[in-house]
Ligand binder design. Structure first.
Ligand code: DGL
Length: 273
């Protein structure tokens, strides 16, 4: 069990922001990542579609013999976390809980912004999660589906991206708001522009980075940490074209020591979790 990999899933490249944090925090662990680029974005899809696709990705990871699953996608966490947990018998971690906990701790004014996909915003999952932790918290959410597209197009460092962020976030910040959750795992790639637009006085919460602590905690609690000395492996799969995906993966993870490949959607559709 101990030398099995940790599995992560996302609709595309967004979950790499979580993989980056988790792999840096846990240097001995191996990982398998799947990004469903072909069907990305999930954020504009129905709840039913999101659940079906997430379960297909989960089955793919189970087939890779993972010891834990990280749903490195807020949209999939919002709609499918409980369902996945009810169907598999290994630990399953989502990204909304760690982000909300950190935001509630960080915010002095108790006025918190959430930037996420349409589907995450409409689900009310963040509001629920935040208010559950502190019922005095006020939440203002904004759906930013355009941010997902520009990241998937590998254009997230461009002038176009900067302008998009400025236009989209104009008027979002309220006087009292002091904390903003990047409630989509694609958004940390735009964090420099988001921070510049909202100002230095806003604390940005990257739920991916915080999830790495949760992964470490659960591994310890369940006695699942890798304690050997062997070389770890990081395997990364996409359901879409490999070229652009590979460029983003190598840029973002700052290494080419990765095993990157594609997987046919048909293979995923055989899922029967
Ligand atoms: N990265 C995903 C999230 O955290 C979803 C992006 C999308 O597919 O719309 O919500």
């Amino acid at each position: 069990m101990l030398n099995k990999p940790i599995g992560l899933l996302d609709s595309g490249v967004g979950g790499l922001t979580v993989l980056k944090a988790v792999k840096d925090r846990l240097p001995g662990e191996s990982f398998v990542y799947i990004g469903d680029t072909k069907r990305c974005p999930y954020g504009n899809r129905t709840k039913e579609e999101i659940i079906t696709y997430t379960l297909e990705l989960v089955q793919f990871l189970l087939d890779q013999q993972v010891k834990m699953i990280v749903i490195a996608c807020n949209t999939a966490t919002a709609h499918a976390l409980d369902i996945v947990r009810s169907k598999v018998d290994i630990p399953v971690i989502g990204v909304v809980g760690p982000g909300s906990r950190a935001a509630v701790k960080t915010s002095a004014s108790k006025e918190i912004g959430v930037l996420a996909t349409v589907s995450t915003v409409e689900s009310g999952f963040y509001e629920h999660s935040l208010v559950e932790k502190d019922r005095d918290v006020k939440v203002k959410s904004l759906a930013c589906p355009e941010f997902v597209d520009i990241v998937e197009e590998n254009d997230y460092e461009s002038q176009r991206a900067k302008q998009l962020v400025e236009t989209k976030l104009a008027g979002f910040k309220t006087q009292e708001m002091d904390t903003v959750i990047l409630g989509c795992t694609h958004f940390p790639l735009l964090a420099p522009f988001i921070q510049e637009t909202l100002g230095k006085d806003i604390d940005l919460i990257d739920s991916g980075a915080l999830t790495s602590y949760e992964v470490e905690r659960v591994l310890k609690e369940k006695g699942l940490q890798y304690e050997g000395t062997g070389q770890r492996t990081i395997r990364i799969y996409t359901t879409g074209p490999e070229k652009m995906f590979r460029t983003i993966v190598e840029n973002w993870l700052e290494t080419d020591q990765l095993d990157i490949g594609s997987v046919e959607l048909e293979r995923l559709r055989e899922a029967d979790v």
